[in-house]
Design a protein around this ligand. Structure first.
Ligand SMILES: [Zn+2]
Ligand SMILES: [Zn+2]
Length: 330
């Protein structure tokens, strides 16, 4: 097998040839077709994820075909197309796992962070944490890849935002460009906030159905029922709180964020809520993939060969993408 490996913090990924991995008990081996590039991969490389175990193969938006099954792994079967997401495994016996919050498991494994991920020709996955991604529904592996993190964690954030009609999305990258399609399909109105002056992304948001798009520093024409912050920028928290109505909710959807500046209590007053979402559950994955198929979600992806992973990460870091970056494995 071959892989792009994060060996040390702050350094480019390194191409490595390795012996083909073998699946253990309850695991499958997947021949990777495509793997999405997520902002979390930048946080990993930048040393902002204390849970990361380097060296590691990044990548947690994996689409591929099961090509070998370990002992006891029946489903998915060899030959089946699957997706692997950020939640690589949960312990199954902590209080959180028992109560439907495996996303908060006390002893989790995270794909491409604490176990090797999909920036590779092959990856080993826990069979119980593979999601069905049939080619009959999602024929293009690269187009399906961003659904597995941007889509599923974005979905968890949208559910956490509640049932309000007017939803603000701060940071219009991979997650927002998927979520806006789901939210519009649900009959909601989406307000898109971008970096100040990023008119191209604001126009992109309008083509996907945003009723309003503007700078993150500006206020929307109407108070929002809820806002989701996907950008890793803590300064957006008081701005989003100022944009939601009384009783409105602000959801932080990222794994890492710069410090939140202090802000006057009146922004939180009147029962506004500030919450975060962390990771995902398998139930989130099934619910989102089902919804995305019904809503006819179409992702916009920029494709790179696996060996160009560093270029893809640089383009993501510098905001040179509309939609999502995806590595293709020949
Ligand atoms: Zn657990
Ligand atoms: Zn991710």
């Amino acid at each position: 097998m071959h892989a792009m490996v994060a060996r040390s913090i702050g350094m480019p990924l390194v191409f490595e040839q390795r012996a083909d991995p073998l699946p253990g008990r309850g695991e499958v081996r997947i021949r990777v077709e495509a793997c999405g590039v997520c902002r979390t991969d930048l946080h990993l490389i930048d040393g902002e994820l204390p849970q990361a175990r380097l060296p590691v193969v990044p990548g947690h938006e994996i689409v591929g075909i099961v090509d070998m099954a370990g002992e006891g792994a029946v489903t998915p079967a060899v030959g089946e197309r699957v997706g692997v997401s950020w939640l690589g495994r949960s312990c199954g016996h902590c209080d959180y796992c028992h109560n439907g919050f495996e996303n908060l498991c006390d002893a989790p494994q995270f794909t491409g962070c604490t176990r090797d991920g999909g920036y590779a020709s092959h990856v080993i996955a826990d069979a119980a944490f593979c999601l069905p991604l049939p080619a009959t529904v999602w024929p293009d592996a690269a187009a399906a890849a961003p659904l597995l993190c941007a889509g599923i964690i974005g979905w968890r954030a949208l559910v956490a935002a509640g049932d309000g009609v007017r939803i603000g999305l701060y940071g219009f990258g991979a997650a927002a460009h998927i979520l806006i399609q789901v939210a519009c399909w649900q009959g909601r109105q989406v307000y898109a906030f971008t970096r100040p002056g990023d008119l191209a992304t604001q126009a992109f948001a309008r083509t996907l159905g945003a009723v309003w798009a503007g700078d993150s520093t500006s206020q929307p024409p109407q108070a929002l029922d809820a806002a989701i912050i996907f950008a890793a920028v803590g300064a957006l928290v008081p701005l989003a709180l100022a944009a939601v109505r009384k009783g409105g909710r602000v959801v932080c959807g990222g794994i890492h964020m710069s410090d939140i500046p202090s802000f006057p209590y009146r922004l939180l007053w009147e029962e506004r809520q500030l919450v975060s979402v962390a990771n995902l559950t398998r139930a989130d994955g099934h619910a989102f993939l089902h919804t995305a198929a019904r809503a006819g979600v179409a992702t916009r992806v920029q494709r790179y060969p696996l060996t160009e992973a560093n270029a893809a990460l640089a383009d993501l870091r510098h905001g040179r993408l509309q939609g999502a970056a995806v590595l293709r494995v020949p």
